[in-house]
Design a protein around this ligand. Sequence first.
Ligand SMILES: Nc1ncnc2c1ncn2[C@@H]1O[C@H](COP(=O)(O)OP(=O)(O)OP(=O)(O)O)[C@@H](O)[C@H]1O
Ligand SMILES: [Mg+2]
Length: 588
Amino acid sequence: MIEKYVNSSAVEVKISDEIPSAAPIVEGKLYRIGQIGSFVKFPIGSLLLYGVVSSVSNTPAKEQNDEIPNYGSRYLTVQLIGEKQGDDGFQKGVGFYPTINDEVHLVTENDLLDIYGSRDEIGLVKVGTHSSSERLPVFLDLDKLILRHSAILGSTGSGKSNTTAHILKSIVNNNQGSRVVLIDIHGEYKDAFPGESKVLKINDSINPLYLPFWLMNFDELSMFLVNRPFGQEWPQDKRLRQEITERKILNAENLKAGRVNNEFVTSDSPIPFDIKELWYDLCRERVATYTTSQKPQQNIDTEATCTDEGSFPDLKAPVFEPYAMGINPPFKSQINDMETYEKKILSKLKDSRFNFMFDVGEYNDSENFDLDHLLRSWIEHDKPLTILDLSGVPFELIDLTVGIISRFIFDGMYWGRNEQYTGRQRPLLMVYEEAHSYLPHNSEGKSILGYSRKAVEKIYKEGRKFGLGSMVITQRPSEISHTILAQVGTFIALRLTNTSDKSTVSSSAPNNMTSLIDLLPSLRVGEAIIVGESIKVPSRVRIPKVEPRPSSNDPEVSTHWQQQFNENEENYKQVVTSIRIQKPIQRR
Ligand SMILES: Nc1ncnc2c1ncn2[C@@H]1O[C@H](COP(=O)(O)OP(=O)(O)OP(=O)(O)O)[C@@H](O)[C@H]1O
Ligand SMILES: [Mg+2]
């Protein structure tokens, strides 16, 4: 092959007329010259430049005219990707360029073994084998994969969950001190990591996932409890803020993980307080009757006789002597400005779906278990992988839940950045499955308010410095936050058919790799184009099927629809119960 035309990264190569066949056999292996995505090399003295074929045509690029279809394959456009000097290893990027009429050679499997590197080096993650050869393992650089962030993209059923499980297995099995937290919103992964993971799940009897409501800042908590829009500061909001701050100040002195001075406590501080008591107090001032017709003043007890104190742990309101008509005591309460908020808070407290936030076991008693214990239960235990199974989290709370978890872990890594046991000394990978559900770039008109997006964007922008890396997995890359995509260092793109998703990937991926991205719709299940910082050369890779699998197998329609089904009156009763209580059916 001879080179015809060179610009800064692309080289046009003419296939020599003397080549007898477009499919020569070299050392017993058949090669196909000019396959898109295949490699060629340019020997220049002791330097070898490597390139990848990005397009094939029967006309030189300069003469190509869009109206004339290109048949045949005498001209190849090649993107330069790296070089190898003498016996040194392969390096990404080129310092020299070939010139007109330099020779171009086929790359054999042995050359590729050279490029892809050795097998046993520390810091490499085996991701699969090269599509052109089962003999050719493909490795990713662990440091760059984690801290420069990554994304696994592909249409539904293209094999993302399998790829994720395979990569994570590769990581945790070869790095005994690894720390990975997987956000699993459909509860798919626990089966795939029986020995390597700790699974935290809402309502689980052994490892329940708790997310104390007081971890939320005031904006988040007030949005959740009373639907207060961001920025609104009505008198009711001021009162709520003040009530919460006062309660946090009272508790700040008794914290197990460290006392906090009053002046540092705000309504946003992650300090426990009793929300049931807050509800009770708001309720009591409204339902009470009084010995005076004036609004009760602070510290002056004007309450009339209470016939039943009620109970705040049981959410039972107190009962007072009924008010009399006219000018005689007891008088009706003059306070009702907080009534709407008080009722909204009660309905949240009574909703069993939110128990994982309100009934948080010993965490509500900060003298027993404080946040250090919660953080350790997520990121520091004897397993390299924590699966946070959010399948029981109500859909409308996914955004908030992922947001709080991500922010808390980020804060833990940020403030612990110089500690021996975390931060830069013990990096951590956050993995976000089904990220399009809660990390959309445009949440207008959706129930998602961007809590998780803000927290995860922060990890993508700043996490690297504190040892925090991230991986997103999604079937809709075009819907994902652009800030996140812009910070992705490694793209693992499986089959992707939607045009806007494909163009999002091609505009985010390294710009000379668009020809590889064009292959996305034609990839097989479990096949990926990998480009970016952690891979030496952009490659088309086959990812093996993992065993045991994540529980995401396609249901077998043809098998199930062959069977006659027997109707039964009992059917669906349990399903409806599950819909009502938002808990899955327990199988015996
Ligand atoms: N490497 C592979 N080789 C062969 N089959 C595979 C491979 N990866 C996945 N599959 C099969 O394809 C199906 C879908 O796989 P998977 O659940 O990983 O896809 P997905 O992209 O995560 O889908 P979704 O978007 O619905 O989450 C499964 O039945 C799985 O067994
Ligand atoms: Mg999946």
